[in-house]
Design a protein around this ligand. Structure first.
Ligand code: C2E
Ligand code: CA
Ligand code: CA
Length: 561
């Protein structure tokens, strides 16, 4: 080649920002532009081995594999691109993207290519990656990273999701510093999973997940959950300003086809189910729990629609006079029949309606149906019976509630004195003035009030008698207890005397057998309710009961005689 052209080429190479190289099959390497390569501890003529020595140890193996495969692919002139870190003279590393291509000419085979500094690009990618997949406060990977890692799983996995309650209010009440301190303590609890191949994630403000690369047994998982809760309690004990709890949902996934979202949903739902339902604070999503969890979420997702579509009906359970067996009243109990789960019990859907703020809407509908029933019943039988309707304490928090009930009663042509409102002792907790005022107004409007489930909680007898209740309903558990325990029986006897003195009616719930009814005869309760007398009945069936003829509950009458 002409000497001038050769010199110009050399100048061009030397001024290029990228590195240019050539390598012979025996590993001799020539670098063509000094300005690029002078940052490394190298000569312009070197060997592949010397270059490899400068490569970051973590990247060395993939680099060698790549080069070997490429060298062997003689005749294949595709570009091969590799990215790796190379040590500079000052000991720091830069990211290099190397492109290589096989060449053959009269002199034989060789490889040429270039080296490009991609450190800035890598930093940007890193910070984007960091932002996309890591939580700022804890530095832990986030929910998206969990989804990504799950999508790459090659074995059965266990995902444990931890909901730490109270963090939200903690954040709003205290400084970030206190939160950081608390989180640091919390993260230490997760160290117990280091005994497995595992990773901890912060999947939302107050939710953490641990991914374990193995499908652990229920026994092991139960032990882990208990151990974690114990450790958590020990940190909260030392943290007087924190009033929260931890709930754990555990899901073992053995199905390789399950998507990341399906797995995450299962552990999240199990965790939420643990928050709402578990006394132990942890739940393993196994064959036993699965239908319960799906039912719980079915309720949560469908209750609003069910209320709006009038799918919630009532059944009516007769309440009879304890002495004569005559029918006195009915208790209206909400019922929800679904295609998927059959009848869903009210104690399953009422708390969900309360949490979702739907209880007022539901309560009004049940009240209207009950009023409708008793008006028609009394018309049909020319009787004057009452219907009892269960009222949630939350309904009383709306100050328009008493007036609204009166409007519904008037609309159905029902008289308030025939519409008994049953309230549990939760209305008395906290001495909420709005609730107490609501009770007063309801009594003033003429609605009789019944204290429901008495004896199941911890309200004192004295507080009950100070309130405007005219009926006291003894809880079925207390009734059951009193047939096996003398003290409980004596307590009931004492309660009945108090009720008589205060001119309150006493109803005993949960009468299931003749023996029970006979045992309670000396107690002189006003009325009985229970499966022995009748189960809650559909409206059409209850409507057929003769309300004013012979004693509805004859057997009881006979035993009293
Ligand atoms: P509750 O008010 O104590 O109602 C009595 C519950 O005991 C009913 O359960 C009834 O079916 C059941 N029961 C009746 N007799 C017996 C018996 O002899 N033995 C036993 N073991 N159980 C008996 P249900 O219908 O499942 O209702 C459960 C709870 O759900 C009710 O307890 C009440 O607190 C709540 N609830 C029902 N309907 C409504 C409603 O419309 N509004 C509100 N807020 N709560 C409701
Ligand atoms: Ca009740
Ligand atoms: Ca009750």
């Amino acid at each position: 080649m002409d000497e001038l052209i050769q010199r110009r080429f050399n100048n061009m190479f030397n001024s290029a920002v990228e590195g240019l190289w050539m390598m012979t099959p025996d590993g001799q390497v020539s670098f063509y532009n000094q300005s690029f390569y002078e940052q490394f501890d190298l000569h312009s003529q070197t060997t592949l081995d010397q270059w490899t020595q400068l490569i970051h140890p973590d990247d060395r193996k993939p680099f060698c594999n790549n080069v070997n495969t490429h060298i062997q692919a003689v005749g294949d002139d595709t570009r091969v691109i590799t990215q790796y870190r190379v040590k500079k003279k000052d000991g720091t590393y830069i990211w290099i993207e190397a492109t290589g291509i096989n060449q053959v000419d009269d002199s034989g085979e060789y490889m040429v290519g270039n080296h490009r500094d991609i450190t800035e690009q890598k930093k940007l990618e890193d910070s984007i990656w960091q932002l996309a997949y890591f939580d700022k406060l804890t530095g832990l990977p986030n929910r998206d990273k969990l989804a990504l890692d799950l999508s790459k799983r090659s074995s059965n996995v266990t995902v444990m999701t931890f909901h730490v309650s109270g963090i939200k209010s903690y954040v709003s009440q205290y400084s970030e510093f206190i939160l950081t301190d608390f989180i640091a303590n919390l993260l230490e609890c997760f160290n117990m999973f280091n005994r497995y191949e595992s990773q901890c994630y912060r999947t939302s403000l107050d939710t953490f997940s641990v991914l374990i690369g193995d499908g652990l047994s229920d026994d092991v998982l139960a032990k882990l959950a208990r151990e974690f809760i114990q450790q958590f309690k020990s940190i909260t004990r030392n943290n007087i300003s924190y009033f929260g709890d931890v709930y754990i949902g555990i899901y073992v996934c053995c199905n390789r086809q399950a998507s990341s979202d399906e797995i995450i949903n299962s552990t999240y739902q199990t965790c939420e189910y643990a928050v709402e339902k578990s006394k132990l604070n942890w739940v393993i999503y196994n064959d036993q729990v699965k239908p319960e969890v799906s039912k719980y979420f079915y309720i949560e997702n469908h209750i609003k629609q069910a209320i709006e579509n009038d799918e919630i009906t009532i059944h009516l359970q007769p309440i009879v006079d304890a002495a004569t067996g005559h029918l006195k009243s009915f208790e209206a109990l909400a019922r929800w029949e679904t295609e998927q789960f059959g009848f869903i019990r009210p104690d399953e859907f009422i708390p969900v309606a309360e949490t979702l703020g739907l209880i007022s809407q539901l309560g009004k509908k049940v009240f209207a149906k009950s009023a409708d029933f008793i008006v028609q019943y009394n018309q049909k039988w020319n009787s004057n019976l009452k219907v009892h309707v269960n009222i949630s304490a939350l309904q009383l928090l709306k100050d328009t509630f008493p007036q609204k009930l009166l409007e519904i009663a008037n609309d159905k042509k029902g008289r308030p004195e025939n519409l008994v409102l049953e309230l549990t002792e939760s209305v008395l907790i906290d001495n909420n003035q709005q609730v107490l005022e609501g009770l007063r107004v309801l009594t003033e409007l003429g609605f009789p009030l019944a204290m429901d489930d008495f004896g199941s909680g911890y309200s004192s007898i004295t507080s009950i008698f100070k309130m405007p209740f005219s009926i006291l309903k003894v809880d079925k558990d207390l009734a059951n207890q009193s047939i096996i325990e003398q003290e409980a029986f004596e307590y009931l006897q004492f309660l009945s005397i108090l009720c008589e003195n205060k001119q309150m009616e006493m109803t005993i719930e949960g009468i299931e057998t003749h023996e029970m009814a006979e045992m309670f005869a000396p107690i002189k309760a006003s009325s009985y309710q229970g499966y022995l007398i009748a189960k809650p009945l559909p409206v059409e069936v209850a409507m057929q009961i003769d309300g004013c003829g012979y004693p509805y509950f004859k057997k009881l009458n006979k035993s009293n005689a």
